[in-house]
Design a protein around this ligand. Structure first.
Ligand code: C2E
Ligand code: CA
Ligand code: CA
Ligand code: CA
Length: 277
């Protein structure tokens, strides 16, 4: 079958099976998608739950495929991670996010943008320098950005992850632990990493008003965040009841369809103008 090298290059082999042919063509398509500018930056607002104020947004990528239409990240991010293509994509997302931050700043809005990183990005020693160069080019500060990392991405290679994260944190980037509570990991890393924020996974938030187990997990995650002096964010808020429950539990920020679905980055300014807490 075909092998994909670390840098994303594909090594052909005589005996190719059907599925490796398919993944080869997906990798080719992803490469073309960058060249043909088919990726789209979407953003979802982050809201301070006590005041209703917009504090930032999460950058989420979409693929506008010429035949298949809007392709969601679940259908290509895992593959991009396996093949290493994610490193190209992460740089694209960061570049667009820095541009967006600059545009919003010019319009008088100071909002923090959260960008998702994968394991492969944490193994990429050039990443901090690359990010630094992008920021410099657009006159932006790392302090306007938060980098979201999952527990499993850290646990894949904790030592290298720690090095990259320490470098990014020293530059001024904020760090967030994404999908908190879903990974099989020790909590020990929390005290050794320069983390600023915990994000409670939506799987616990979606049904917390009816499921006691979920409710208690949310509650204890908020307590843990408080005890460790970390900001805590809930994702997956789909109704007002969950918002007010979370606000009452002293959760700092939230994201969810109740406030807004992810929207194209170009629509963010209009959305902000229409938002009433
Ligand atoms: P994530 O980082 O946990 O992002 C949150 C996901 O929850 C997003 O899905 C978002 O649209 C969805 N969501 C937000 N609010 C609600 C809600 O109220 N209800 C429900 N049911 N869902 C909600 P999306 O955009 O499809 O992204 C899925 C995953 O793909 C992300 O999960 C992230 O792991 C990955 N991803 C997306 N964009 C990027 C990217 O640029 N880079 C990397 N590395 N991963 C990305
Ligand atoms: Ca995320
Ligand atoms: Ca998440
Ligand atoms: Ca998630």
């Amino acid at each position: 079958c075909a092998k994909v090298r670390n840098d994303g290059a594909v090594i052909y082999d005589a005996a190719q099976d059907k599925s490796s042919e398919q993944s080869l063509s997906l990798l080719t398509e992803l490469r073309h998608a960058i060249e043909r500018d088919e990726f789209r930056l979407f953003v979802q607002p982050k809201i301070a739950l006590q005041t209703g104020q917009v504090v930032g947004m999460e950058a989420l990528v979409r693929w506008q495929h010429p035949q298949r239409g809007n392709v969601f990240p679940d259908q290509f991010i895992p593959f991009a991670e396996q093949t290493g293509f994610i490193r190209v994509l992460t740089r694209w997302v960061m570049e667009r996010s820095v541009q967006l931050c600059q545009q919003l700043e010019q319009a008088g809005q100071q909002l923090k943008i959260s960008v998702n990183l994968s394991t492969r990005d944490l193994m990429d020693q050039d990443l901090p320098a690359k990010f630094g160069e992008m920021l410099q080019r657009h006159g932006q500060s790392p302090k306007s950005f938060c980098l979201e990392i999952t527990e499993s991405a850290i646990m894949d290679d904790p030592v290298r992850a720690q090095n990259t994260l320490a470098a990014l944190s020293a530059m001024g980037f904020e760090l967030s632990i994404d999908d908190f509570g879903t990974g099989y990991s020790s909590l020990a890393y929390l005290k050794s990493l320069p983390v600023n924020e915990l994000k409670i996974d939506k799987s616990f938030v979606l049904n917390m008003e009816t499921d006691t187990g979920d409710y208690r997990i949310v509650q204890s995650t908020i307590s843990l965040a408080r005890a460790m002096d970390l900001r805590v964010v809930a994702e997956g808020i789909e109704n007002e009841k969950v918002w007010s429950l979370l606000a009452g539990m002293d959760c700092d920020q939230g994201q969810g369809y109740f406030m807004s679905r992810p929207i194209p980055a170009a629509q963010m300014r209009d959305w902000l103008a229409g938002w009433r807490p």
